[in-house]
Design a protein around this ligand. Structure first.
Ligand SMILES: Nc1nc2c(ncn2[C@@H]2O[C@H](COP(=O)(O)OP(=O)(O)O)[C@@H](O)[C@H]2O)c(=O)[nH]1
Ligand SMILES: [Mg+2]
Length: 393
């Protein structure tokens, strides 16, 4: 499962974001390969379900009226403070946790109500723009430290006659989660000495920065928009980086209210409707939230996760089926599964995502929309419904 980590200073709202995003009760038994603990849970990205094209909605438990929720893993990483890569505030442990993530949501307090160490201060008294770069810097410096510690080994290997620097660097980078494509691109874009002994600290830091950018893309959640000065949010949105305004607290309140039958709301909706008996105080709080949502097109929590997966990681959703006419599995469940795959994935990749046996036994694939056989090298598109024909199915 794709893994998204929430990083940021203490008190930025990471745990609130995490709680809100993992609140929908998840049947943990469905995810036997995921260790679910206090800081690691299942959340979802939202997309349009292909069943919208059909007369009837698919009825899948992760589809609400055509809003399809596809599971991902969410990690609530404990707060990072400047200097974490030097071990400040348990820094290294948390940076280690980040290595398991495919993409990072950097939660910052856009209200300016927490200082650089994450201690509460008066709203507006800290400039949240200062909180953006430090996560990147901490991750870069921490990776640079690891490259540094590995360097003696690289120098030692360089004495061997069949030494290939690109190969050794490639091995190192794959240890950080870089794919062969990432590695090729990083090596192409960097200029560096062929002899490892001539590498400077700057060379190693440049390498670390490249690796981090390729393997840990970051979207900023400009959190606490419900109390943030609007000017702060505007300045954050003006940056040349992906920034999504969020109210984690608002999302949590909405999911609670929806669960309690007070409102009609699905995560990622830009608005909601009050449907239950609410007290005057609840009504006032909900209306306040409605204003914030009208200004920023929702609470942003779902939007941040969606952006991380569909934009930063450039993934798509594909739906394998057994019956191409009914779009169902063998038992008649319509659109039973949804898989997140990297852009450029083929029907063979989808087959392997379903099960390695299905992948091994792959014969051909059929586009269920057109009922036509598609080529093995066809690049899947968002929302594709695919019947895989395999000796194993
Ligand atoms: N107003 C407002 N407060 C928030 C929001 N998100 C979190 N908080 C508050 O900020 C404080 C710190 O939140 P927490 O999630 O524990 O932060 P963490 O240390 O980053 O995990 C708590 O008092 C939260 O209620 C938000 O969107 N709006
Ligand atoms: Mg926390």
């Amino acid at each position: 499962m794709l893994s998204i980590a929430l990083a940021g200073k203490p008190n930025a709202g990471k745990s609130t974001f995490y709680t809100a995003a993992t609140m929908a009760d998840v049947d943990v038994a469905n995810y036997p390969f995921t260790t679910i603990d206090a800081n690691r849970g299942v959340s979802y990205v939202r997309t349009e379900c292909p069943c919208l094209e059909r007369e009837e909605r698919c009825g899948n438990e992760n589809c609400h009226d055509g809003k399809r929720y596809v599971p991902i893993e969410l990690l609530d990483v404990a707060g990072l403070v400047p200097g974490a890569h030097e071990g400040k505030g348990l820094g290294n442990q948390f940076l280690d946790e980040l290595t398991n993530a495919d993409v990072i949501v950097n939660v910052i307090d856009a209200s300016g109500g927490t200082n650089e160490k994450g201690e509460p201060v008066d709203i507006g008294s800290h400039d949240p723009l200062e909180d953006i770069d430090f996560i990147e810097t901490e991750m870069d410096m921490w990776l640079a430290g690891i490259v540094e510690r590995n360097w003696e080994g690289v120098e030692r290997k360089s004495r061997s006659p069949d030494f290939d620097l690109d190969e050794v660097l490639g091995d190192m980078m794959s240890g950080f989660g870089a794919s062969p494509t990432d590695i090729a691109r990083i090596l192409r874009e960097l200029e560096y000495p062929a002899d490892p002994i001539q590498w400077t600290d700057d060379d190693r830091e440049a390498l670390a920065t490249e690796i981090r950018q390729r393997t840990k893309p970051i979207v900023v959640a400009a959190n606490k928009i419900d109390v943030a000065p609007e000017e702060n949010v505007d300045r954050l949105l003006d940056l040349d980086k992906p920034v999504i305004p969020t109210s984690a607290e608002g999302e949590r309140a909405l999911r609670n209210a929806a669960e309690g039958g007070l409102i009609d709301y699905d995560p990622g909706d830009a608005d909601f409707e009050i449907t239950g008996d609410v007290s005057d105080a609840q009504c006032e709080a909900l209306e306040g939230l409605q204003e914030t949502m009208a200004r920023w097109e929702g609470t942003g929590v779902q939007a941040a996760l969606d952006y991380a997966v569909y934009e930063l990681l450039d993934h798509l959703t594909a739906y394998p089926v057994q019956d191409a006419a009914k779009w169902s599995d063998g038992s008649g469940n319509v659109l039973p599964d949804a898989f997140l795959l990297a852009q450029g994935s083929t029907p063979v990749d989808l087959a392997y995502a379903v099960h390695s046996d299905i992948g091994d036994g792959y014969l051909h694939a059929v586009d269920a929309r057109s009922s036509r056989e598609i080529s093995d090298s066809y690049e899947l598109e968002e929302g594709d419904v695919i019947k895989i024909v395999s000796t194993a199915s």
